[in-house]
Design a protein around this ligand. Structure first.
Ligand SMILES: [Zn+2]
Length: 255
């Protein structure tokens, strides 16, 4: 089945049976990923992870894809060359308009399929706004979080390994080794240990920019990375994504 809306005509899209089914907007970023990963890493993941899931998705499950959004809210990487961003207010307006046009095309559900961690708070907020403005059922997903990391790693990587780290580097080594500069693998953790403050997800958090925490742009240890560790992470994730997409494509609130 044709899943790419951009390859269809307007009448084909008008005539789709949209009672069940979800439009997926893949969301990446174009931002520094250390000296060892290319700046399109999150954009590549957003597109490729979705492809991997679609390859296993039964034809009866209606999932239609929009082209990827490649430049998003990467403001935390400002100051590193090759980091491009939309400000929060610009991105909110872009999402509002995309959501409105999806609703006006007659679709009922929208999934924000996002592979850039920095977008998560903004997407959660905008999902609710679009829901309220348009009546669409709106879903957010950060695909790597569909499963607890099955690969053994050290405690610091578990806490601070969040960018161009073991996970991202291993998965890129598995999927697209030509996008990894193997001679530039870096480990850098922030010197950050206040008693009551965390970087995110705690009672008290500090707003940070990458340059506050890291000289290399890396937060984590890419020297742990191997293609095998990448496949160990990816292989069990793909069926989780298939199940998630299936459920979302048919979701209705009870009342
Ligand atoms: Zn990334």
């Amino acid at each position: 089945m044709q899943r790419h809306l951009s390859h269809m005509t307007w009448t084909e899209i008008r005539d789709l049976d949209k009672e069940s089914g979800v439009v997926v907007l893949p969301i990446g970023s174009l931002e520094q990923h250390g000296a060892h990963l290319t700046i399109n890493t999150d954009t590549y993941f957003a597109e490729r992870f979705l492809e991997l899931a679609l390859e296993q998705l039964p034809d009866s499950i209606k999932v239609w894809c929009l082209p990827v959004m490649p430049i998003t809210n990467s403001r935390e990487h400002e100051g590193f060359a090759g980091s491009f961003w939309l400000s929060a207010s610009t991105m909110m307006n872009v999402l509002r308009d995309i959501g409105a046009s999806i609703a006006r095309s007659g679709f009922r559900r929208l999934l924000l399929w996002n592979c850039h961690g920095g977008n998560i708070p903004l997407l959660d907020l905008m999902a609710r706004e679009i829901r309220a403005d348009t009546g669409l059922a709106v879903f957010t997903c950060f695909p790597p979080a569909a499963l607890r990391d099955p690969v053994e790693t050290n405690e610091r990587e578990g806490t601070f390994g969040i960018h161009a780290n073991d996970w991202e580097t291993s998965v890129m080594m598995a999927l697209a080794p030509q996008q990894v500069r193997a001679d530039k693998l870096t480990a850098e953790y922030p010197d950050f240990a206040p008693a009551h403050l965390k970087l995110e997800g705690s009672a008290a958090n500090v707003a940070w920019l990458t340059r506050d925490l890291s000289d290399s742009g890396v937060l984590g240890d890419a020297t742990l990375s191997t293609p095998e560790r990448g496949w160990q992470r990816l292989t069990p994730l793909v069926p989780k994504w298939v199940d998630m997409l299936s459920e979302i494509s048919r979701f209705e609130f009870a009342s």
